[in-house]
Design a protein. Structure first.
Length: 162
């Protein structure tokens, strides 16, 4: 990683529209623009999903782990654009991101390896595979204490302004 700066929740709130209870990234701890990002989410018992999933053994739903990886991916693209906007990879005409929402287009090769429970810190690493003007593909991995919890290849789409 070339950028050792961290980005806290105030920066994350500037970059993505998600809010409680659906904001699933707490901090960015490393960024290599247009290459990769490392972020994390602290998992706490008082989050609403644990009231029903499952009361006797609270487990973070896999779909929320995938969503956290997707949010980290959007933060990655937005921070890369902010920090290295003039150095967007050749052949890519990435539009201004302000006022736009990125959506999942697909999730492939999704695998869950271990449960994520309250008290865990979910570390998320996202690497860019392909970048187009409105479509990008990333490989993501989520881990807890060095143990892989989930992985996926995700494609995001950036539609015209909504």
């Amino acid at each position: 990683m070339t950028n050792s700066l961290t980005y806290d929740i105030s920066t994350i709130l500037e970059l993505i529209p998600h809010r409680y209870p659906f904001l699933l990234v707490d901090r960015v701890i490393a960024l290599d623009p247009w290459k990769s990002i490392i972020a994390y989410k602290n998992i706490t018992y008082n989050e609403p999903q644990f009231q029903g999933h499952f009361p006797s053994f609270p487990v973070m739903p896999g779909v929320l782990i995938v969503e956290a990886m997707g949010q980290a991916g959007v933060i990655f693209i937005a921070l890369s654009r902010r920090l290295a906007g003039a150095k967007i990879p050749d052949g890519v005409n990435l539009p201004e991101l302000e006022g736009r929402l990125a959506f999942f287009a697909s999730c492939d090769k999704v695998k869950f390896r271990r449960p994520v429970i309250p008290g865990d810190r979910l570390n998320i690493e996202v690497k860019l595979l392909r970048l187009g003007s409105r479509i990008w593909k990333m490989a993501a991995q989520a881990s807890v204490n060095g143990q892989k919890a989930a992985e996926a290849e995700m494609t995001s789409a950036l539609p015209k302004k909504i």
